[in-house]
Design a protein around this ligand. Structure first.
Ligand code: DGY
Length: 336
């Protein structure tokens, strides 16, 4: 008998067909967001679920899902899932590393260029019929070429961001929990510095760390005060790694030159001060959202789910200590 699974949001038809070949699927192609109670009701009798970042999986939810064996997130980040609670409940958790690195790095550059060169602000000006001809000092921005790029977190995505900086002749500094191997530093043309030095020397500071208690407000009031006057902050990583209230103050003060933000504390809510600021580019958590990449993420999550329920060995298992109902095999190769 096919295992029962839930897909919490709309996915691609071919991914759904692949899942239906292996599982009895309860789909949500109408894409109605599920609140916690609806998710709990729909998941109560399921063996597996494909989740997205809006679905909170915690001990309360798990308590009502005694048959659940696998939670497969369509994302590389998994801060919507209480991994420890899943492990205690014997539920496998997977993510989708690797397939979104390049698209997310591309989008980081879209934010860098749009923020530094005031693309959104000048587009709005033109559309509003306010352009009355060329003049010398119109919409002057900051040069990106030859500016110092600071990367906080030189993981897979941070490295792709660094590689792209070479075309702009930028010195690249980075800070990570561990210094990267020399060959990685050479490929990225990036120099390791302490976090404070990174913050203080960057003209453009871009964040590529996951959200965890250790990265909560890793850019807070103190760090913002250390940034160069006129510097630009880019966050396409996770809401909560930046203190949005402190950022709004630093932007309002005119200390910072601008910010490009794809993610927010308390998403989908936006700090009210940010919406009114002209030197801020705001996008709704779409850095990975090219058609090809979102498809690859969905398919990878589906493959994780089918493998979890049929073999107990999904390729991207985050808690290898759990192989619910399957013989132990040792740690999975791709845990983040
Ligand atoms: C992820 O995969 O974690 C991204 O934030 C989703 O786009």
């Amino acid at each position: 008998m096919k295992p029962d699974i839930l897909v919490t949001r709309e996915i691609f038809d071919d991914v759904l067909e692949y899942l239906a070949g292996h599982c009895a699927v309860a789909a949500n192609q109408g894409d109605t967001p599920m609140d916690a109670r609806t998710l709990a009701r729909n998941l109560a009798d399921k063996a597996g679920v494909l989740t997205t970042l809006g679905d909170r999986v915690d001990a309360d939810l798990l308590a009502g899902c005694p048959r659940l064996k696998a939670v497969c997130n369509i994302a590389v980040g998994f801060n919507n899932i209480d991994l420890a609670a899943c492990t205690r409940a014997g539920v496998m958790v997977t993510n989708t590393p690797g397939v979104l690195d390049e698209s997310t790095a591309d989008f980081t550059w879209a934010l860098i260029l749009a923020t530094a060169r005031r693309v959104v602000e000048s587009d709005a000006h033109l559309r509003a019929g306010e352009w009355h001809g060329w003049y010398l000092k119109q919409f002057m921005g900051a040069d990106v070429h030859h500016a110092t790029l600071g990367i906080l977190g030189l993981g897979r995505i941070g490295r792709q961001v660094a590689r792209r900086a070479q075309g702009f002749d930028m010195p690249v500094l980075y800070h990570s929990t561990r210094q990267a191997d020399p060959q990685v530093e050479r490929a990225c043309n990036a120099t390791f510095v302490g976090k404070d030095e990174l913050v203080a020397r960057s003209d453009i500071l871009t964040l590529h760390v996951p959200y965890a208690s250790s990265t909560h407000h890793i850019i807070g009031r103190q760090e913002l005060a250390m940034m160069k006057p006129g510097a630009i902050l880019i966050n396409a990583a996770r809401g909560g790694v930046v203190d949005d209230a402190a950022l709004a103050e630093a932007l309002a003060d005119g200390r910072l030159g601008g910010a490009g933000l794809d993610v927010f504390e308390n998403e989908p809510a936006l700090h009210p001060a940010l919406a009114g600021m002209r030197n801020v580019v705001l996008t709704p958590h779409i850095a990975s959202s090219s058609t090809a990449t979102r498809h690859a993420m969905a398919m990878l999550a589906a493959r994780n789910l089918v493998a979890a329920l049929t073999t107990g060995q999904p390729p991207h298992l985050l808690n290898p200590e759990v192989r619910a109902g399957f013989p132990a095999e040792g740690p999975g190769p791709h845990a983040r």
